[in-house]
Write a protein that binds this ligand. Structure first.
Ligand SMILES: Cc1cc2nc3c(=O)[nH]c(=O)nc-3n(C[C@H](O)[C@H](O)[C@H](O)COP(=O)(O)O)c2cc1C
Length: 241
């Protein structure tokens, strides 16, 4: 059964963001859905060292690996957050900070991602836009984004909620049975990041420095491909033929 992992950055497990999420998940059939909140995990704040980039993983001992596994093993990821002071919640940002190295390695590898936010009056894209950029750099394929506001009242408007949820759930249903994909944003990021990685190979090899991000580019096979889509086809589709 296909797995959907949802990380809701809200401090309220039964708040507006949860209402928006469930209006979508109620329409989904035949998939395993797990909803988590940052407060369900003991994730220490990033201490600001940059060892994680060299190591390709956080050096702290906390619940982050659990969360990594839930995100990476899912077939589709939903990230949601209420707007707090024109941004995502600090709790969600704190988790994403700890996954910063994913933004150098397209770690989500074409996984379909849905981005949701809720706000009071003025946060139409204040969460969606930065989250979209982060997910593009992490190699996720954003297939739908939506914000539900309180003014005008969308979150308590059954017609609005139903029509937006219908569109998003139908995109989820289509994407989840398809292979992970590149898009124009992840393709550009792949090309630029790959050039940068190729330029660094000799520096790290000559100085005998182990760089975890470079190792990921090598071990995944990404370094050998000219484009993200060719790489993803080889990773997910050719494997089964
Ligand atoms: C600390 C805090 C900051 C907020 N900042 C904004 C804001 O900048 N713009 C806005 O439109 N709503 C803002 N809101 C309202 C929430 O985004 C809105 O009520 C949201 O739907 C709450 O989601 P929840 O019920 O899942 O927590 C803020 C709420 C809180 C608690």
């Amino acid at each position: 059964m296909k797995k959907i992992f949802i990380l809701n950055g809200s401090r309220r497990k039964e708040g507006n963001t949860a209402t928006f999420i469930s209006s979508i998940t109620n329409k989904l059939k035949d998939c395993e859905i797990e909803i988590a909140h940052p407060q369900d995990f003991k994730v220490k704040a990033c201490e600001g060292g940059e060892e994680c980039f060299l190591k390709a993983g956080c050096v702290e001992k906390d619940d982050l690996p659990l969360l990594d596994e839930k995100i990476l093993s899912s077939d589709l990821l939903i990230l949601a957050s209420p707007v707090y002071l024109h941004y995502m919640t600090g709790e969600l940002k704190m988790i994403l900070d700890k996954l910063s190295w994913w933004a150098h390695t397209l770690r989500l590898q074409g996984k379909p991602v849905v981005l949701l936010s809720t706000c009071s009056t003025n946060g139409q894209d204040t969460v969606i836009k930065p989250l979209g950029e982060i997910i593009n750099f992490m190699g996720g394929n954003v297939i739908a984004t939506a914000n539900a506001s309180m003014v005008p009242d969308q979150i308590n408007n059954p017609e609005w909620l139903d029509s937006v949820s219908e569109e998003i759930s139908s995109r989820i249903t289509k994407s989840i049975i398809d292979y992970p994909k590149a898009n124009i944003f992840t393709e550009k990021i792949f090309s630029a990041s790959r050039i940068s990685m190729l330029e660094q190979v000799s520096y790290f090899e000559d100085n005998d420095i182990k760089n975890g991000e470079l190792e990921f580019w090598k071990s995944s096979g990404m370094l050998e491909f000219e484009s993200f889509s060719e790489y993803l086809v080889s990773k997910y589709q050719n494997k089964e033929s």
